[in-house]
Write a protein that binds this ligand. Structure first.
Ligand code: SF4
Length: 361
């Protein structure tokens, strides 16, 4: 039996769904932070099984979607240099920058490589000493430790042809920003299990208390999702505002301490721009000064450029749970995965891509 098979058991899912129906006696709005969970909800049709009083909102937890446009423009500028090899995750190459995307640069002969991890980029740096290899390191706390380890590895190997263009973001400040908004409709959160695997959930407890908002650490399988939903609604009915963790097979309150230490050694907290949302204080991770030699922005003296956002795209509102993808007039019309106007239609964790794939009207 595969490890996750019990968490895909249809009878167990049905029992949880029935329990949710039994206790839901008023409208509740629940946000899943993570785009992976958004896709899982829609892929398994769980959203269609929930009581009509339950509204799912999709959060900003898509690393590709929230990477600010100026970072994409900088990646494009680097990829246009003849001596630079720009390494990126696959989704990222099709995300529109101000004027074009990385794929267009690649089609014109730019050396843009798709990699699956920073380790792949390090390997390329070893194999191509004649090239400057830049890894486009984006993502949440889940990917930051691996990026930190790549920098430490490059330093110990004295690889002077490796650097990272970073756009790393942190979840707790984003939750704070969402809950602080006057437009906030969120009653409860499903916290992202993989982020909590690394960071634990101790940072969430003060947020749950301060904003009187229950949070349940939730995995990605159907049973995880419906169990998390039931626990969240139970808390709401009982007037409790706690962090609960049914995802114990992966998450502890403290999290993965060695991974956190690697992250802290290499990165420091900074204010960070989230695409479509704006600056969220303390929500980013930038390379510390002692690793400036591996910071692509410093190494190649990249200047801030004037950016141009696609005006028809409302992905910022989608990422904050203020609009559904199907509310956008461009959805499945002028905006499709083949011709995306925004990152949320490109990314494998983007909410617009999820609705297009599983709920296309
Ligand atoms: S459907 Fe396209 S244009 Fe509309 S919000 Fe989503 S990505 Fe942006």
């Amino acid at each position: 039996m595969k490890r996750d098979q019990p968490f895909r058991d249809a009878d167990v899912v049905k029992r949880y769904i029935q329990a949710i129906h039994d206790i839901t006696d008023q409208p509740w709005t629940i946000m899943e932070i993570c785009g992976g969970q958004t896709h899982a909800f829609l892929r398994h049709g769980i959203d269609t099984l929930l009581p009509p009083d339950i509204t799912l909102l999709h959060g900003p937890g898509c690393p590709v979607c929230v990477t600010p446009i100026d970072k994409i423009d900088k990646a494009i500028e680097l990829a246009q240099q003849p001596d630079i090899m720009l390494c990126s995750f696959g989704d990222m190459v099709r995300v529109p920058g101000s004027r074009e995307d990385l794929l267009s640069v690649k089609s014109r002969g730019g050396d843009v490589r798709i990699v699956y991890s920073p380790t792949d980029a390090l390997k390329l740096a070893r194999q191509h000493p004649d090239k400057q290899v830049v890894f486009f390191g984006i993502g949440f706390e889940t990917t930051a430790p691996a990026n930190a380890m790549a920098v430490l590895g490059a330093q110990s190997e004295q690889l002077n042809n490796f650097s990272v263009l970073t756009s790393q973001v942190r979840v707790p400040p984003a939750i704070r920003a969402i809950l602080s908004s006057d437009d906030c409709r969120v009653n409860g959160f499903l916290a992202a299990g993989h982020v909590c695997t690394v960071m634990g959930y101790h940072e969430y407890t003060p947020l749950a208390k301060a904003f009187k908002t229950p949070m349940v650490v939730t995995g990605f399988e159907p049973v995880d999702l419906v169990q998390g939903m039931l626990m969240c609604i139970r808390q709401l009915r009982e007037g409790r505002y706690e962090v609960e963790n049914p995802y114990k097979r992966s998450v502890t309150e403290a999290g993965n301490r060695p991974a956190q230490q690697a992250l802290l050694n290499v990165f420091e907290r900074v204010d960070q721009t989230w695409r479509g949302i704006g600056v969220i204080p303390d929500s980013g991770l930038a390379l510390r000064d002692q690793y400036a030699a591996f910071d692509a922005e410093k190494k190649f003296q990249l200047k801030n450029m004037s950016i141009r956002e696609e005006t028809d795209c409302m992905s910022g509102l989608v990422l904050q749970g203020l609009k559904k993808p199907t509310d956008c007039p461009c959805f499945a019309d002028s905006c499709t995965p083949e011709h995306p106007l925004g990152a949320t239609m490109v990314s494998s964790e983007g909410a617009c891509a999820a609705y297009y794939r599983y709920r296309k009207r």
